[in-house]
Write a protein that binds this ligand. Sequence first.
Ligand SMILES: [Zn+2]
Length: 290
Amino acid sequence: MSDEIFPFKIGKFECMAVSDGTMTYASPMFPPPAVLLFNNASGEELEMALGEHNLKPEQWSEWISPYICLVVNTGSHRVLVDTGAGSLAPSTGKLIPNLKAGGIAPEDIDTVILTHGHPDHIGGNTDSEGKPAFRSARYVMMRDEWDFWTSGQAEQKLDEHIRDVLMKYARENLPPIQGQLDLVDDGTEIVPGIRVVAAPGHTPGHMVLAISSGGEQLLCISDTVLHPVHLEQPEWFAAVDVTPEQVVATRRQLLDRAASDEALVLAFHFPFPGLGHVVPKGDVWQWRPL
Ligand SMILES: [Zn+2]
């Protein structure tokens, strides 16, 4: 299996998971992975939960996260979900070459959906000249999310140590798409078969997509969870979750929906291609990769 493009079908929709590369989260740029991902977990619980994944909290020094974008060809639309991290790291910004390897040129994309405003999801919005990289596309974002990043709320709310890099990416990648932008709300059907599900917590206007065709469903859950352990420990939020008080309720709602609908799920940061099912386990869940 290629670790860069992975084609699959949802009903009649031709889908493809497309890698933008990977990012290594390690010191000194980032706190240790267990602190970054499970910010409010107690030592003993962490030891136990990670032990089941063959990880030891103190020895776990780097988290290598894939960045996974999604293409959906609905027959009438070619939709891209998230644009990757651009030049955030030498190991990111592979989206466009990987799209080309999958037979898709940037101008073929007519709709770009941005699940939220973090650098790894909007970093490929623009090209090296600062112009929209997807020239013929309508860019779509939730209204709450656009407002958060462009009206001064983010500067006030974000932690000091990550504020500068996040705001730099927002300034470089959001204003240039304004002429092609369409703001949406919870429940909006962006194109036939692709609907917005508001999923606040990770960021205030974080968006999940329910993608349906021919009785099959894909839930593109973006950063609702960042690591498979979050399914087993849904109360553990990440240091990068902007409104952690909303994270747990959002997660529980979406994981419950994914399990009861038996939907295929795409998680942006999970091992490539990020696809799998959510299986109930008591009052929590487990990840079953495809
Ligand atoms: Zn994020």
